[in-house]
Design a protein around this ligand. Structure first.
Ligand code: SME
Length: 151
């Protein structure tokens, strides 16, 4: 993965956010993430509503059954509860993992915070083992920061 891919995707996201702050914006950001990185096999944004996460826009080959997830449940619920990023290199070795797709090997979940409170998260599954590195983590934290200004 070349650095330019991250820079290009970041710039495209900035442009979209400046142009049209609305819910369709989030779908466009999800599309950019999915389309920019082949290793991002499924990309979704969950929003915190009460004590659960509710799936918003997503892009991938298949829909997930996990359209709502209780806070504290699964990798998504863990990240939402603690406010800390979850990066799982091998989902088969993580007991918390809620399976959505048989092809998934690794997963990253990045909380979206407003005034330090988790309001949503970016969830990305990859069909490749250990697909996510420091660059992905830093890039997606930046994206989460940008998105938080639009929730
Ligand atoms: N694997 C997640 C559930 C969401 S799906 O990946 C879309 C989890 O363990 O919380």
């Amino acid at each position: 993965m070349v650095l330019l891919d991250y820079i290009n995707a970041e710039q495209t996201i900035k442009k979209i956010l400046l142009a049209q702050p609305a819910l369709t914006t989030f779908q466009k950001i999800v599309d950019v993430l999915y389309d920019s990185f082949e290793k991002y096999s499924w990309v979704g944004i969950y929003f915190v509503k009460g004590n659960e996460l509710v799936l918003g826009p997503w892009k991938g080959k298949q829909a997930t059954d996990h359209t709502t997830i209780l806070l504290g449940t699964g990798i998504c619920g863990a990240a939402a509860k603690t406010g800390k990023m979850e990066l799982v290199d091998d989902v088969s070795k993580d007991r918390r993992y809620l399976s959505c797709f048989l092809s998934t090997r690794s997963e990253i979940v990045v909380p979206i915070k407003k005034m330090k409170v988790v309001v949503g998260e970016i969830d990305i599954d990859s069909d490749r083992p250990a697909a996510f590195n420091k660059n992905d983590a830093m890039f997606l934290e930046k994206v989460a920061d940008m998105l938080s200004q639009h929730i």
